[in-house]
Design a binder for this molecule. Structure first.
Ligand code: HEC
Length: 444
């Protein structure tokens, strides 16, 4: 057992971890350390963790590159699985666990015990154990289905992407929504997706907005973005985004050509609150704290930029979604509270390791979602790593700056929030204080 522990300590955090894991997989004879860990088996201990936390993506037609549905499929990946879970790269949940709020509605992270168990199992040679211990397989729904129930409204855009040429950016407008809804409704959940494999290959990203037409796009209300790794957005139970039937929905797209003509198809699915329900709060999502225009990232260097946004009203921040490009390495949301004195009080809310493959939205649990008094400034801190040690960096010999191409950089966050009156704000403060003293029950 001691041998295992010291190996673990030496290897933690380094790439040599995977290599070490592989070396220990190879010898067929058992060392004493391995037989001690033999207790952890795939059938009884590991398979249920994969069912619960991995298979929804790692299955045929799932979004992940390989299926992890059977022992035969998992076994060759054991060393890399160990590396990815120990480094918290899989499941894709990149919140810094040492800083800020840790309670989310859509947390994908494994527990420390699960990580330790997977690691010890891989070290022990990834034993199968007794097949009779295997829980029965989970039936997953079709991967092309909507991830949050059948939508009430589906909006579709079609766009022919040419075979060759540089990337394209543009705007597409839907028809107005009167044929699908006849009065304003509140959105409960929303998802946007590229419908088939070919569309997924050419659509780099797409952002959607409700719009009254192209006259004044600045008034358009942001709805949701599509990018790799993004899933349905589900609003807190007491809030929704208002959608009017006389709106158009504007899709702001960015496509790549891939050597053949592709008729790209993008769909947005919207699930409404029931017709007679008006949620307590009207919710907003916006792209905020943009500091991209300040970006100056010399070759081989690590730099930081800072963006700020002022809250005119009291608010609850319900979600944080970082955004950078390939050189991005880390982004934080800090709050600078209003102060009558000379020094402002600040609070670090969340920090995330950045991986361009994952446009993850972090939905705060209702009982911890940051409450901000009017006059608060949200501070978005972004780090860019233009060195060879950043795996997302294509070429550390180049300068990089602000721009729309994937090889340019960007820095901002999407924040979701709803405004509160002074009475609502104080009532929620009271409720949270009572909760902290153990006098009230949780909303979560
Ligand atoms: C939300 C979907 C999703 C979940 C959940 C998920 N994965 Fe993944 N996984 C992916 C995707 C997509 C990739 C490829 C892109 C990447 O590496 O980020 C990937 C990559 C990997 C890789 C690296 C494969 C390679 O060739 O580099 C491993 C290993 C892995 N996942 C293991 C796991 C394990 C183990 C779990 C559960 C504990 C898990 N994943 C959960 C989607 C997911």
């Amino acid at each position: 057992m001691t041998a295992v522990t010291s190996r673990k300590m030496k290897a933690r955090g380094g790439i040599s971890w995977a290599v070490l894991g592989m070396m220990f997989l190879l010898p067929p004879t058992l060392t004493s350390a391995q037989s001690a860990d033999q207790d952890i088996t795939f059938a009884r201990d590991i398979f249920p963790i994969l069912q619960e936390n991995c298979q929804n993506c790692h299955r045929d037609a799932g979004i992940a590159p390989m299926s992890l549905m059977t022992y035969e499929e998992v076994r060759p990946w054991a060393p890399l699985i160990q590396y990815k879970v120990v480094n918290r790269e899989m499941p894709p949940w990149h919140i810094d666990r040492a800083i800020g709020l840790q309670k989310f509605k859509n947390d994908l992270a494994l527990s420390d015990e699960e990580v330790t168990m997977i690691s010890a199992w891989a070290n022990a040679g990834a034993p199968l154990g007794n097949v009779a211990d295997m829980p029965s397989p989970i039936e997953f729904s079709d991967a092309s289905e909507w991830s949050y129930g059948e939508p009430d409204v589906i909006i579709e855009w079609n766009y022919r992407v040419r075979a060759t040429g540089s990337d394209e950016w543009g705007e597409l407008y839907s028809q107005d929504l009167f044929d699908q809804m006849d009065k304003p409704r509140y959105i409960k959940a929303i998802q946007i997706r590229a419908v088939d494999d070919a569309s997924r290959r050419v659509v780099h990203h797409a952002m959607s907005y409700t719009s009254q037409g192209s006259a004044n796009p600045d008034n358009d209300q942001f709805l949701i973005d599509y990018a790799s790794g993004k899933s349905a957005e589900i609003y807190p139970d007491n809030s929704g985004v208002l959608l009017n039937p006389d709106n158009l929905v504007r899709l702001s797209y960015h496509t790549h050509s891939i050597g053949e003509v592709v008729d790209a198809k993008i769909q947005m699915g919207i699930v409404f609150y029931p017709e007679d329900v008006v949620p307590e709060h009207r919710r907003w999502t916006k792209l905020l704290g943009y500091s991209g225009s300040l970006l100056d990232i010399p070759a081989g260097e690590i730099v930081r930029t800072d963006g700020y946004v002022y809250f005119h009203d009291n608010a609850t921040i319900t979600s944080f979604q970082p955004h950078m490009h390939g050189m991005g390495s880390y982004q934080c949301l800090e709050l600078i509270y209003p102060s009558s004195g000379t020094s402002a009080q600040t609070e670090m809310i969340s920090c995330t390791n950045w991986d361009y493959n994952w446009h993850t939205i972090y939905n705060y649990a209702d009982d911890v979602a940051p409450l901000v008094p009017a006059g608060t400034v949200a501070h978005i801190i972004s780090y860019f790593d233009n060195t060879d040690s950043n795996p997302g960096n294509m070429d550390a010999r180049n300068w990089a700056g602000d721009g729309r191409r994937t090889i340019d950089e960007m820095a901002f966050a999407f924040l979701g929030w709803y405004a509160m009156t002074d009475e609502e704000y104080l009532a929620e403060m009271e409720r949270r204080n009572a909760l902290n003293r153990g006098l009230a029950s949780s909303n979560d």
